[in-house]
Each structure stands twice: as structure tokens, then as C-alpha cells.
Design a protein around this ligand. Sequence first.
Ligand code: DGJ
Length: 549
Amino acid sequence: MKNTAPRLLALSVLLAALGAQAAEMPRIVARDGRHALMVDGAPYLILGGQAHNSSNYPAALPKVWAALDDAHANTLEIPVAWEQVEPKEGSFDFGYVDTLVNEARRHDKRLVLLWFGTWKNTGPAYTPEWVKFDNARFPRMIDKDGKTSYCLSPFGAATLAADRKAFVALMEHIKRIDGERKTIIMVQVENEVGTYGVGRDYGKRSAAAFAQPVPAAVLARRKPPAGRPATGSWKEVYGDYADHYFHAWAIAGYIEEIAKAGRAVYDLPMFVNNALRDPLPEPALPWKSDFASGGPTHDVLGIYQAAAPHIDFAGPDIYMPESKKVDAILRQFQTRENALMVPEMGNGANYARYLYQIIGKGAIGVAPFGIDYAEYSNYPLGSKFTDKRMVEPFARIYAAFAPLQRQWAQWAFEGRTRGVAEGDDRAAQDVELQGWKATLSFREFQFGERAYLKDKSEYASGTEQPSGGVAIAQVGPDEFVLVGQQVRVKFSGLAANAGKPALFARVEEGRFDADGKWVMERNWNGDQTDYGLNLPATPTVLKVRMGSY
Ligand code: DGJ
């Protein structure tokens, strides 16, 4: 008989070597107050789309992929529902997840899974029936008057144990089927948590916790309002803010238990999303039934960080189209401690220009909601259209970024990028760069200045609604890559260039190829540069070099 030992050894060495080549684990990294989502060992920009709420079934996926492909998206965000994976307690079925991962690979997409568990838009709709209707075992919150609320209590020990068990089973399954390839790059734990109409749980366990001293980790991140004691019970320290802060701490602690257990099995980045409160006024006022109490609103991000260290960040779901509000939201959710990622945004055309602002600000990703041909529209939150017309405004912009997505993510992590969207007031905006200022104006004709027009009420066609935006990366002392549409860009000197006449050295229009190499198509000069760089309605990529004398 032949000795097969050497061949078996060779095989095991080969397998070990292949194992060593398994893709690196995705993770969020921070440097100098900026963040990157590392995928396969390099910064990754999520050009995402989120599927509709009921598209989490194999039969629904073809209409999701069709829209995602049309959108030039690189990542799909899609739910995995507790009710679907554990319809009977203790017996799990991950068939849908298997199909999803296989099809994502075929469509060359990464996945962000959304765990719809105890809370989906604050309610229990996605819990299995054996949870939904068993109020004794899985208690709901109790309001001030002793009435039972719709919302499951974060103090339900059995609810937490059951949700955690299902989530851990999911993470184990993901590790089994995707531990090598890493098609799944992130997981959202629960969806838009908090409670409408009730500030906190008034049940027994909750009431006892509410009377306890505020934990030091919370005090360190959320100072008491002026004039209040530095330590004491929640009510003593936080006064009118106490219910919302306490409820945030309770929900965040519950989510922490789930995320911690899931990551112990398979350590993917995890995050939460937020049904926003009005971003203004600042500082925020106490909760008055005007938003979901206890969700990760901007004013309690510190409490979430204290209570849920296994959650990497909280992302804003943007369904407020006003530019002033979008500005405030992006500022509030991009901090040294909180990576900016927009897990949801309206899919109406009026939101498309914000992609430039979000990507330019160095977000790790963005995903309009309802990028899916399921013949469902959430108008007036999003588009009335459910076909290609809905996808198109985002697709054009994603197509421009797609070839440079990895390079852009790297530049963003290095702090080289800025982004602007046209404001509702249509006013010009300045962006300070190193040694240069870019002045961005909107509604201009491409030739000449507004002052030359006889009829000052005339505007360029296609600018009836705000749709302009530009993202700028400073790639050298005098060199910039611009991606934008419907905007005029003028550069003037700052610092060493201040007060000197500035000229365009080169304005190359082109694209990045599949290897990230710049391919010049033409050089703009003459009429095309005499009145600034007038980017047309079609998203355009320019490589610009400035000079002064
Ligand atoms: C925000 C939620 O997170 C989504 O799941 C969805 O319900 C939208 N609102 C509304 O379409």
C-alpha cells in the first residue's frame, strides 16, 4: 500500500495557507478624529441602497438586485427578521440568509444586515409570534398611568435572552457561511429603537433602576444641565431630561448585551440607526412626546457610547429634506467618537445632491432607502416612483464615484475631502482647503456672470429645484479631484497663495479606470474655464491643478 501521509500533509499545508488568505475582518478604525470602514484591509466607501422592509425573502430579491445594479451601488442593506429565522422557539432557519449571500456574491455586492429583532421602528412587528403575544414572558413597557404600551420593555430579561440567543445563532451562521469571503461587512442591531408616547418604562424593574445613582460612565459623557447636582438619581441629576436619558441608557444596555454576545462569536462592526428628533434648536430641549424617547438621538450619543461599547456608531436616518436640517444632522452625527454613516435617506430626487455632501464629509457610507423595484413607494418620505426613475438621480452620482471608491475612502480617511450640497436658499458657499478656497455657486449659466444678464430673473434650465453639489479631494498642494453636478466652482488663493493672481494650470475631465488610474479625456480651457468650472447636470469628474504668480 502506498504511503499517503506526505500527500495529506501537503494538503493540510495548502489548506492552512488558503485559510491564511481569508479576507481580513471588516472593522471601523479611527485616526485623528476621522474614521474608516476597513474591508479587505483598506478603507471602503459604502455606496449603498437599502431594500424595502418586506424584501427579505428569496422570492423578493430579484427586484432588489435589479435596482441595486441600476444604482451602481456596491452594498445592499437588507433586513434579517427574527420572526423569519426563528418562527418556532429554538428552531432556526437561515435559508434566506444563504440565498442572500450567494446572490450578493453573484451581483458583486457587499451586505449590511439589519437585525429586526425586539424593536423595528420601536415596535415588536418583526418578533416571532411566540414573543409578540406573550406579554407575561415578554413584557411591554408600562406608562405613567400604569397602562401597557405597545413597545417591549428593555427590562424584559426573557426578551433580551431570547433576542440575544437568536442573534448569536445568526452570527454563528454568518461565520460558518461567510467567515472566509466576508461578503457581509456590518450588522445593524435592531432598527430605529426608542418609544413613541412614553418617556421611559414605569414598570417595577425599571422604576428601581431609575431611583439608582446615574452610572459614572454616563455622567462622564453627559453632563447635568446647568444648576443641577453632579451626582444622584436620574431625576436629581438630569431633571426634565431624566426620562429620555434613562430610557436611552436602558435600551443601549439591552443592545449592548446582544451586540457583545454576537461579536464574541463573530466580530463584525455593529451599529444602530436613529429615527431623528428635530436637529434644531441646539442644545436640545427635553422630550415632549415629539420623537421616540430613548433612541440614539444626537443629544444622547454619549449615553449610548457609555452603555454600548460594542456598538461602533449611531447613524442618522435622514427623512428631513431641508438643507439646514441636513447640515445640522451631519454635524451632530460626525464627531470624534461617532463615525458618520447614513444608513437611510429618502430616495426622492431632492435627496440625491446630499450624496456629495455626505461622501465629501468623509462618511463611511450612505444608503438611500427603498432602492428596490418592489412596486412600493413610501412617498411623501421618498420618491413617488418605484422604477428606474427613482434610482436614476442616485445612480448617476454613484456611477461617477464607483471607479474611485477605494481611493476616495482613503483620501477621506486622510482628511483630504470636503463636500457641499446646494442649499434651499441657493446661496453660494465657500470651502476652505489648504492654500486655496473654493467658492461654489448655483443656478449660473455656464458662460458669463449673472451681472451681465439683462433679465436678472433668468436662470439656467434644469435648476428650478436645488440639485447641485460637489465633493472635492485635495490630492496635492495645488491639485484637486472634483466630482459634482450643477455647480460653478471658482478657486482663489489662501495662505501662501493669498492676494496673488490664480490661474488654472490644468483642468482635466476624465475618469478613473478599474485599477484606479486616472484617464484624461480632455483638458478644459477657454470658455470652459473663463467663468469658473461650470459642472453640468451630468455628474462630472475633473482633475484640477491651480497655480499663482
Ligand atoms: C425608517 C425605518 O427604519 C425603515 O425601516 C422604514 O420603515 C422607513 N422609516 C419608512 O419607509
